[in-house]
Design a protein around this ligand. Sequence first.
Ligand code: XMP
Length: 314
Amino acid sequence: MDTQVLIDEAIESLQSQIDDTAIIACSGGIDSTVAAVLAHKAVGSMLRCVYVDTGLMREGESEEVESMFSELGIDLRVVDASQSFFRSLSGVVDPEEKRKEIGEQFIRVFEEEQRVCEAKYLVQGTIAPDWIESGGGERDVIKSHHNVGGLPEDVDLDIVEPLREFYKDEVRAMARHLGIQSSERQPFPGPGLAVRVLGEVTPDRVASCREACHIVEKRIREAASDGRCDLPWQYFAALLPVRSVGVHGDVRVHGETVVVRAVASLDGMSARYSDLPQDLLAEISTEITNSLKGQVNRVVYDITHKPPGTIEWE
Ligand code: XMP
């Protein structure tokens, strides 16, 4: 269907669902940004956009989100909740438990916001793969994406999901139509770097993962713009709690492992690993081990398709 028609229908549907103050968590990702722009077009100042700084975002991400919303002409309230997110994740290693804790923290922040603005609705950027893979319909739970499985039972807001029936490529087309500058940005999971830090999520380990992700993103983007490879659909690093022996100079170190992941995909439902040039992988490996000396002494490349793997490691 024509993208403008989809947009008009989504706006109309939002107008029929929202008759009072609504809030939305804006991560800067394409899904929540499209949902926010549609809802803002539908109900204007009845919508309160909130950006939660979870401490789990990528390098420079918070600043980018703020400037994107200011260019879109939408007010954005920024809440720094990183301390409570890290507190709630202390000692948690199970991926599903992490998502539940994170979902719960988001909701707590929103309950606080709700008290302030007396919101009745919570708009979410859930797209079709989120609920299908979270056990929608007859399927097994693959991962409870935070905006589905992490919701506590007692949430006191009506949930509105304007993108629930859409796939990523359709949401991207809407974003381009709406003039959203992040429309070509790669997807980033709602729970942020927490699902790329395997094992316990501590501020130090998140900082290492953030640096490794930054190096992977920067190097691959540069290589793609120099024509050395195609730009993958998604490309990032994850930190594994696997320690191996290495050497720095004459010193033996027992550091952790970074895995580099890059995949080609259309909608995230299936994916093929990207066959990146060997010299590019070597450059990424060297920069990561130099930059994270003493913490990371081994870099590996993931050559698993989805299925059987998933794109993220958790
Ligand atoms: P997987 O890892 O399930 O990922 O193959 C498919 C796509 O979804 C993203 N992803 C998430 N997005 N909350 C999200 O909003 C999540 O918990 C989550 N887990 C994975 C992933 O980055 C990929 O684009």
